[in-house]
Design a protein around this ligand. Structure first.
Ligand code: ZN
Length: 248
């Protein structure tokens, strides 16, 4: 709570503090701080999920495992150093509530929580140790304007809260013609990908161990095209991939 040092009269400070405390209570009446998934109201301001929902998060435990399900998705498609996703994504689940809140309800703190989860996962893994920087999967300008932010960048910020030395480099941009890639076959997708992206400063990627960060991995098509583009345009030391969730 601010102490209003710049105000010389104690009674004015007292009134301001009283009004602030009152307004917090007042807003809580109409906008109570509730768990993003189950609606439990007993939540501290910094928390996103209640203790029960946090306990029930469906962890994959993939990150420490070589040849895990995420790495297999990319076999024969693009060469990755390591890959993983921290949580399983299923319909009507806690993870869906978090992803939905992040993407469609302006709830950046859901994204930071997902990033914190990935960060802890990396720290508990014996892998992903040489990562220098993160590149969030880019959104098109139009989508980013509509949403106000790139959700993958918010997840990167959450990872960085746990592993501060990993830089965030949002250097890859997505362009208009990067239409939904899921409707295209793989050859068309590869032809499209060279026109769909650009890199702001290739030199910053050279010789670095890069971690590509996304919210959810389903087919891996978008990640594949971004990785292929980076490999065709720059010279990273290695490319790894991590996502908050994996659709099963
Ligand atoms: Zn809950």
């Amino acid at each position: 709570m601010p102490n209003y040092k710049f105000i010389r009269f104690p009674f004015i400070k007292h009134i301001l503090n009283y009004l602030q405390a009152y307004s917090v209570g007042f807003f809580h009446l109409f906008y109570p701080h509730i768990c993003m998934h189950c609606g439990n109201e007993e939540l501290a301001a910094a928390n996103v999920l209640c203790a029960a929902c946090e306990k029930n998060l469906p962890y994959t435990h993939f990150l420490p495992i070589e040849k895990n399900s995420i790495e297999k998705i990319f076999w024969g498609r693009v060469s990755l150093h390591e890959a993983g996703a921290s949580l399983f994504f299923t319909k009507d689940s806690i993870v869906q509530s978090l992803i939905f809140a992040l993407k469609y309800n302006n709830q950046k703190k859901a994204g930071r929580l997902l990033g914190n989860i990935i960060g802890k996962d990396i720290l508990n893994s014996q892998r992903f140790k040489n990562i220098d920087c993160m590149i969030p999967i880019p959104l098109s300008k139009k989508k980013q304007r509509e949403r106000g932010y790139n959700q993958a960048l918010i997840i990167c910020e959450g990872i960085q809260e746990k592993i501060p030395h990993i830089q965030i480099l949002p250097l890859v941009l997505k362009h208009k013609n990067a239409v939904s890639q899921t409707s295209k076959d793989r050859i068309q997708r590869t032809q499209l990908s060279s026109k769909s992206y650009s890199i702001i400063d290739k030199g910053q990627i050279d010789k670095k161990n890069i971690l590509i960060v996304d919210d959810v991995i389903t087919t891996g098509a978008t990640i594949e095209s971004v990785c292929k583009y980076i490999l065709s345009e720059a010279r990273p030391q290695s490319l790894s991939v991590v996502a908050a969730a994996y659709t099963i």
